[in-house]
Design a protein around this ligand. Structure first.
Ligand code: TH1
Length: 832
């Protein structure tokens, strides 16, 4: 407001205010202008990367215009906003998405062709924004797309990592990690050097009484690091709403150099200080579902929470509303426990900086926050050592202790007979050293806690949060089953299928209301539709086969059954079960007569995914897959009957090629371990069936598509505990067919057996925690069923079409509507 132009001069502004291109000619004009001026290139040195730059900048202009207007509308209406705090946003590429969301891809294709370029090559130039590990980060990205598409006033807050998730190379069958420096040229971000926040670490707390006898706490003498905002526009599909993703970058607070040190000859030390500050936002931690308790990670979390809250509070204070109004203006969603420090930080702001009392502050905090839990795996539940928190954030530790004391007093009053409960629910674990249990803090500081699929939301109420259901009652807990954006995961990844569906439904409206998909079930017997649907699947398989040849040098026959498992490599996700199944298949094929082998259903087993750099067992699984691939693919007896592929460096843009090409995809986690899974939804939406356990969202996919259209196998979550117990205390016999697989490995068929002994021993000698042996027979029997079912191509096609038609529930738009109504109480802002 302070910087606004006075009335008399506004005419000139309005006259020259930036306009969006809408014709092909205007698009070309913008591209050429950007290439010639912004990028300082010419038609004599314009390669594809420059053309990508010009195209992106032309689209960016469009987005920025709507982005500014959206922010103006939202500032004017000053509605309740939602802030999605996530340490990960796995956005992938932005250009294709921007073109489709603003509905200008065809114009751009023609325009680029006039200028001498092929659209697909230009799209390929972009690097993925890979600021996430897997499902959790991609979910956040889908949610941003839905929030904008549904016209909700929403911001995402995260860190501007210099290095995203590492790039994976496979060298001699082993994973090697390469840093992902992705910021060389990123036209999608806007540095806001005027939007900065000083963030304090370390130091001490001084307490004193003010004149009125009130106790005041001052956190002082700490080290200051500067947070600088970088903004990226998030366009909605078919709407003008363009929301903001704000990423914080860390910088030394003294400017370039600490001049005292510089002048006293300590040049190196002054640069080192600067680098230490920049380290905070340097790198994304590459662990998926694992808490390692590193100090730098805690620093990242506080840096990001404190900067975001400062920003949110600053925006709120502009409205001059009373503090009691804060929860009516602000909803903050905690994506897992990573942003839990936002709870004590908001308390600190209200108590120490704004002078509110404890009870009022706590009421505001609880009404403001919602917490999403994404896992029950014990190794993923965040805990921070008390001495570490004490040192880095002394004031926050005091506040956490106070929250805990008040909470425990309440529990004690409510359950006077259950003395043990206090120790169980305390935010502080009485271990050596003591630990802060972040999930409990997040739960206690929020008004709602949600799981991400029905089974998972039930499980958290009976396992990790059981006592809290007694304390707060069941209403504090809810479920919001995950979803995916159909814009990226159908329209963008599979344009031909999207177009076919639109041609039958009469419009692309279903991309905004995915439940409309059910109408394509009317075409399940339509001959032309079926033919086209099948052709599209085949073409997508050809596209993937081509990519496999280029990237991996392996020839695969697109007529084979494409069986795909792509996701982070983790023992609980059981890629080992899959590869043992592949070895079993290989042995069976080897035993067959050549005639029988010819009759066998050809398969292409495709794997992809990264292992956390320190996760040896996961790296062993990758190595085994690559060894099996080498042996099987070279075996002349086998030919096309079986091919095994490990696709290097699985990421979002590769998923866009892989997902539409599956016949079967694998979602085979030990029951009760995969909270939801989201790629399962993507594969089915693209006309692939799935083999899966009764776990996570697989269960709801089954409910929606029908039991005949999915291949379920394996033990149920409710039996897992007893089975594990039995492994240790009862007799434990390894499945006979699995034994044969292990014998083959031991004989050296896939190289030195010693390399895989830890993997085999985890099953044979160490209790088979993930029930690989228990589920093995059921798994390979189900794979046989799949072979038979796939031979009935007509029925298979019916199954896949039916399944697609019934996937409407899994749009992330539905998720966002549920969050908005049940957790955030926010409304939409109309666009005009
Ligand atoms: C994943 C869950 O494993 C997956 O089942 C779920 O679909 C997805 O979140 C989205 O809800 C998780 N990713 C992480 C990553 C970290 C810590 C915990 C989890 S749980 C770093």
């Amino acid at each position: 407001v302070e910087a606004s132009i006075p009335e008399p001069q506004r005419e000139a502004w309005k006259k020259f205010s930036a306009k969006e291109f809408s014709s092909k000619e205007d698009f070309e004009k913008d591209v050429v202008r950007h290439i010639e001026t912004t990028l300082a290139r010419s038609l004599f040195n314009c390669d594809e990367s420059a053309a990508y730059g010009g195209t992106s900048l032309a689209f960016r202009d469009r987005l920025v215009i709507e982005w500014n207007k959206t922010q103006q509308r939202q500032t004017f209406a000053d509605p309740k906003r939602v802030y999605y705090l996530s340490l990960e946003f796995l956005m992938g590429r932005a250009l294709d998405n921007a073109m489709l969301n603003v509905g200008m891809k065809d114009i751009a294709r023609d325009g680029l062709s006039d200028l001498g370029f092929r659209m697909e090559d230009i799209i390929e130039q972009e690097r993925d924004a890979a600021l996430g590990n897997g499902g959790l980060g991609r979910l956040a990205a889908c949610f941003l797309d839905s929030l904008a598409t549904l016209d909700y006033p929403a911001w995402g807050y995260a860190l501007r990592y210099k290095y995203g998730i590492f790039k994976q190379e496979i060298v001699d069958g082993y994973q090697v990690e390469i840093p992902d420096y992705w910021l060389d040229f990123n036209p999608w971000e806007f540095p806001r050097h005027d939007v900065t926040v000083d963030i304090q670490f370390y130091g001490s707390v001084r307490k004193y009484m003010d004149d009125s006898g009130k106790q005041i706490s001052v956190w002082e003498n700490g080290e200051i690091v500067n947070a600088v905002a970088y903004d990226a526009p998030v366009p909605g599909y078919g709407t003008k709403t363009t929301n903001n993703l704000r990423l914080w970058s860390s910088k030394a607070s003294h400017g370039e150099f600490d001049f005292t040190k510089f002048n006293s000859g300590e040049y190196e030390a002054s640069v080192a200080d600067q680098q230490r500050a920049e380290t905070i936002s340097a790198v994304l931690y590459p662990n998926d579902s694992l808490d390692r308790g590193k100090e730098l990670r805690l620093k990242q979390q506080y840096f990001w929470c404190a900067a975001s809250l400062f920003d949110i509070v600053r925006r709120f204070k502009k409205s001059k509303k009373a503090w009691s109004e804060f929860p009516n203006q602000v909803a903050i969603q905690l994506n897992d426990t990573h942003p839990t420090l936002a709870i004590p930080e908001l308390m600190r702001i209200l108590l120490d900086l704004e002078g509110l009392n404890w009870d009022d502050s706590w009421a505001i905090v609880q009404k403001t926050f919602g917490y999403t839990n994404h896992t029950v795996l014990p190794e993923a539940l965040e805990k921070w050592s008390v001495p570490l928190v004490q040192n880095l954030l002394p004031r926050h530790l005091q506040i956490i202790y106070e929250i805990n004391m008040q909470f425990l007093q309440y529990v004690e009053r409510s359950f006077p007979k259950d003395r043990e409960m206090l120790g169980r629910v305390s935010i502080i674990e009485e271990s050596q050293p003591k630990m802060v249990r972040m999930a409990y803090l997040a739960l206690i500081g929020s008004h709602k806690v949600n799981g991400v699929a029905e089974l998972h939301s039930d499980l958290i109420k009976t396992t990790i949060f059981k006592d809290f259901v007694k304390i707060y009652g069941p209403d504090k807990f809810t479920n919001v089953t995950n979803g995916i954006t159909p814009r990226r995961w159908l329209h963008q990844a599979n344009p031909r299928l999207s177009e076919l569906i639109a041609s039958k439904l009469g419009s692309y409206d279903y991309l905004k209301d995915l439940t409309l998909l059910h109408k394509i079930e009317n075409f399940v017997d339509d001959k032309d539709f079926r033919k086209e649907f099948q052709e599209i699947k085949y073409a997508n398989k050809v596209r993937l086969a081509k990519y496999i040849k280029e990237a991996q040098g392996i020839s695969v026959n697109p007529s084979g059954l494409f069986d795909i498992q792509v996701k982070r490599i983790h023992e609980y996700k059981r890629q080992q079960l899959n590869i043992f199944g592949v070895i079993h298949r290989y042995l069976e094929l080897k035993e067959m007569s050549p005639e029988d082998r010819k009759k066998a259903q050809p398969r292409v087993s495709i794997f992809g995914g990264k292992a956390a750099p320190g996760y040896w067992m996961a790296k062993t699984i990758i190595h085994l897959i690559n060894q099996v691939s080498k042996v099987v693919n070279a075996d002349k007896d086998i030919g096309d009957a079986l091919k095994v592929v490990f696709l290097e460096d699985y990421n979002v843009s590769k998923a866009e090629i892989i997902v539409p090409a599956s016949d079967i995809s694998e979602h085979i986690s030990t029951a009760g371990t995969e909270a939801s899974g989201t790629s399962n939804m993507k594969f089915v939406l693209n006309g692939g069936l799935i083999i899966g356990t009764c776990d996570g969202a697989n269960i709801e996919i089954t409910r929606e598509v029908g039991e005949d259209n999915i291949f379920l196998f394996g033990n149920l979550a409710e039996d897992v505990e007893d089975l594990r117990h039995g492994h240790f205390y009862g007799g434990f016999e390894i499945d006979s067919q699995l034994k044969r697989v292990f014998e083959t490995m031991r004989s050296g068929t896939f190289g030195d057996a010693g390399q895989f002994s830890a993997l085999v021993n985890s099953i044979v000698d160490h209790g088979d925690y993930y029930l690989v042996s228990d589920d093995f027979k059921s798994y390979i029997d189900t794979q046989k069923l799949i072979d038979e079912a796939y031979k009935q191509q007509d029925e298979w096609l019916t199954k896949t079409i039916t399944a697609v038609a019934r996937m409407g529930f899994f749009s992330s738009d539905r998720c966002i509507q549920e969050y908005a109504e049940e957790i955030w109480s926010i409304g939409i802002i109309w666009t005009f």
